[in-house]
Design a protein around this ligand. Structure first.
Ligand code: SIN
Length: 283
């Protein structure tokens, strides 16, 4: 197995077959995942069973409540855009599942049908986002926690125009409305790497704990902008056989919506994570 570290975020892993992983290769993938938080694999010939097998190495699979499920493999969520749809899933910077009390460890995304061009996914590093802030701001942020929610994205709090564009691409609005919004530290000690990472989410963070949404917005916007500086970013061009495994606690991603009129189908599994620890008192 060969690991090539990329400039922005993540590493490309080659000379590996995800269908047949020896124990030593699993250990090497674990080490690379803990170190880079984002692994790109190319030229893999994996079917749904192999996708599930690879995903289960990392933990239990979280069955997505809002996306369509694969008709035969309900643990696989189908992330698709049809030629007549204008909205794409994941088309803004975000990380998945921060609206859960135990945010997901990560996701494994497999390309199944790609547009002739376009449909790249962009990733950024939340370690670099934290490291790039001044020491004064880092230390202030370490004392903060933030409230995350799915209601304004998947629930009935979603703006009407957005709901219209989404059409029937998201299911189960009432499940989103019923979720109790969790509070997470704004700076986490990453459970795998031990490094500090910025954990706010332009998709799902509502406000800082004890602050109003209005008071929170300027600082959140500043942090969102700080997270997507060019040197932190890797843009991934999907090909048949591409598989990406990302860590939701260490990265953000967004799916570029630049292939109108064409179909794009991806299969996603999401792996359960755990509660997140802050860093106060452990500098
Ligand atoms: C997602 O946000 O999970 C979708 C990413 C993609 O389709 O590239």
């Amino acid at each position: 197995m060969r690991v090539k570290v990329l400039e922005g975020v993540g590493a490309e892993v080659s000379q590996i077959d995800l269908n047949e992983l020896a124990d030593s290769e699993i250990d090497d993938v674990k080490t690379a995942f803990a170190e880079h938080g984002l692994l790109f694999f190319r030229d893999q010939d994996i079917d749904e069973q192999a996708h599930l097998r690879f995903s289960r190495i990392w933990g239990d699979i979280n069955v997505n409540r809002f996306f369509d499920a694969h008709p035969e493999f309900p643990e696989i969520a189908v992330v698709s855009k049809e030629p007549d749809q204008t909205f794409n899933i994941g088309g803004d910077w975000h990380t998945d599942h921060s609206y859960d009390h135990r945010p997901a460890l990560g996701s494994v995304l497999v390309s199944r049908q790609l547009p002739a061009s376009g449909g790249d996914t962009w990733f950024t590093s939340m370690y670099k986002a934290y490291d790039g802030l001044s020491a004064g701001l880092q230390s202030f942020l370490e004392s903060l926690r933030a409230v995350h929610s799915a209601k304004h994205v998947f629930g009935s709090r979603a703006p009407e125009a957005r709901q219209e564009a989404i059409g029937d691409q998201f299911n189960n609005k009432s499940a989103a409305d019923e979720l109790e919004d969790p509070v997470h530290p704004v700076v986490i000690r990453h459970p795998l790497s031990g490094r500090k990472a910025l954990f706010v989410n332009s998709g799902f963070t509502l406000r800082f704990e004890g602050w109003t949404e209005e008071e929170s917005a300027p600082l959140l916007e500043m942090l969102y902008a700080a997270a997507i500086r060019e040197p932190y970013i890797t843009r991934f061009n999907w090909q048949p056989g591409s598989v990406v495994f990302w860590d939701n606690r260490a990265t953000w991603h967004f799916a570029q919506n630049d292939y109108q009129g064409q179909r794009r189908v991806m299969h996603r599994t999401t792996i359960e994570g755990g509660p997140l620890e802050g860093v106060v008192g452990i500098h």
